[in-house]
Ligand binder design. Structure first.
Ligand code: PMV
Length: 300
């Protein structure tokens, strides 16, 4: 099983080599693998069911990531298999169901093949599958699913640094979702039109992410919250807010127990996060406490 994630800082900038902060959260996705006697692959989840002959594996909706992982391993699979996916969170929340399913599937298949449990090998194999299916992807969400905790992440050159294993975090769902590749494309287009301004925005995000990594290590939540507020401004500049996200950000900031709040993830949908503990949870019924998952993918 592997945990979901919430991006804390550095969204979009991380696709341009800048630092991001990401946290694994105590919402788990489980993949069970059962060997089959017949040469077939069966996949089942809340998204549907699919059966394919073992020699005809190729990514296909709604199981593109799983089928890509199996197709890349086709030559080494000893026979057919059934995979059942069950999740404590739906795929629509922006909690990283794709990265969790990739981490858990790769770990399960590697265990079946008798390969050692090796987080960095799981990360590399799962990231290759994500990039084959999606074209782009920083891998920050996958790092959280594989390693757990709160991490500083840089895609190139790859660096994954543990910062903390706890953090007071709440999340509120905005009620909508925009596909991440579409939002990434929109931000890229903005960057082509305003290269100097958007470049400077990413540079500012890098600086606040570096300060935030220090604050996180020191457990200085007031400082980290302030830096989250700065980056909310930068995400607004990148065109990533909408009425519902902005409203949630300001509702969270009204609570005296919240040090800072911002959009989490690609933007234009998914979740808003708040750092801290709500003093008046009744005023914010949409917000859920999100404990950090101190470790990542595991065999159970
Ligand atoms: O929308 P999410 O939670 O998958 O986060 C996307 C974060 C981006 O930086 C926009 C993309 C990426 O691959 O890091």
């Amino acid at each position: 099983r592997a945990p979901g994630k919430l991006m804390l800082l550095g969204e979009h900038a991380v696709l341009h080599g800048r630092l991001a902060l990401v946290a694994a959260v105590e919402r788990w996705l489980t993949v069970s693998l059962t060997p089959l006697h017949e040469p077939a692959v069966r996949v089942q989840s809340a998204l549907g069911e699919l059966e394919l002959p073992l020699d005809k594996l190729a990514p296909q909706s709604p199981f593109s990531f799983i089928l890509q992982i199996l197709a890349a391993r086709q030559a080494t699979l000893p026979g057919g298999l059934a995979l059942t996916v069950s999740s404590e969170f739906p795929a629509t929340l922006g909690l990283g169901s794709s990265s969790a399913v990739c981490a858990a599937t790769v770990a399960a298949v590697r265990a079946w093949l008798g390969l050692p449990f090796d987080r960095s090998a799981i990360f590399t194999e799962a990231l290759a599958a994500i990039r084959a299916v999606q074209g782009r992807g920083s891998g920050a969400d996958l790092a959280a699913a594989v390693h757990g905790g709160v991490l500083a992440y840089r895609a190139a050159p790859l660096s994954i640094t543990p910062l903390a294993t706890t953090l007071p975090l709440v999340a509120a769902y905005s009620g909508g979702k925009e596909a991440t590749p579409a939002v990434v494309h929109q931000v890229q287009e903005l960057g082509k039109r305003w290269p100097a301004l958007i470049g400077a925005t990413y540079e500012q995000m890098e600086r606040s992410s570096l300060l935030a990594a220090e604050a996180c290590r020191a457990g200085d939540w007031a400082k980290l919250g302030q830096l989250m507020n700065f980056q909310q401004g930068q995400m607004e500049s990148l065109g990533l807010a909408n009425l519902s996200l902005a409203t949630l950000v300001h509702q969270l900031r009204r609570d005296a127990g919240i040090f800072g709040s911002k959009i989490s993830g690609a933007g234009l949908g998914d979740c808003v996060i708040g750092l801290g503990t709500l003093q008046d949870p009744a005023a914010m019924p949409a917000a859920q406490v999100m404990p950090i998952a101190a470790h990542g993918v595991e065999l159970i």
